[in-house]
Design a protein around this ligand. Structure first.
Ligand code: 16G
Length: 166
């Protein structure tokens, strides 16, 4: 997506030997992408066709920026998706027809936590939203994850998140 990000001397392309962060690709279903997502919430039934159709829809919409962390050395060099995070861009009339960023589905495989991959993904989607001139970028998270998002200056405000579940 044309962004560069550096933190603590770690490069976004190769934070560790064998680890890369890159945009989602069609091959990632076979590399365990949905297994990572299932560690965030209920995945439900998602076949390879479902994945490809939804990914194509996102690409067509043009406002989704899904990133993945891949361990390229896992599975005898076949590669394994070990983390993900997505930036969504919403078009507004308000604020002089501004853009709003939404950070979604940030999750790292349980076996790969504690290696700062979550921070890299969040840093990248946040930097991307700034580069795309979003007037604000928001996210929903569990209370216990507030300190994590605080590292990148996400703050609670007086607005309350409301939802209606179907
Ligand atoms: C978290 C996620 C959100 C995801 C939701 C799913 C982040 C920052 N937030 O709030 O993107 O959609 O979990 O939860 O990753 P649900 O299955 O209860 O809707």
């Amino acid at each position: 997506y044309g962004i560069k990000f550096e933190s603590n001397g770690l490069s976004p392309c190769k934070p560790e030997p064998g680890i890369i962060i890159r945009p989602l690709s069609t091959h990632d279903f076979d590399k365990g992408f949905t297994n990572v997502l299932s560690q965030l919430t209920r995945l439900g039934d998602v076949s390879k066709k479902d994945f490809l159709d939804r990914f194509q829809g996102m690409q067509k919409a043009g406002c989704y920026y899904p990133l993945v962390v891949e361990d390229t050395e896992a599975n005898e060099g076949q590669g394994k998706i070990v983390g993900t995070g997505t930036l969504e861009i919403e078009q507004k009339f308000i604020h002089s027809c501004a853009l709003r960023g939404r950070v979604e589905e940030i999750v790292i495989d349980s076996e790969y936590r504690g290696r700062k991959f979550g921070k890299l993904v969040l840093g990248l989607v946040t930097a991307l939203s700034k580069k795309l001139n979003c007037y604000k970028t928001t996210l929903e998270c569990k209370v216990e994850n507030i300190p994590f998002y605080g590292i990148f200056n996400y703050k609670e405000d007086s607005e309350k998140f409301m939802q209606l579940r179907f």
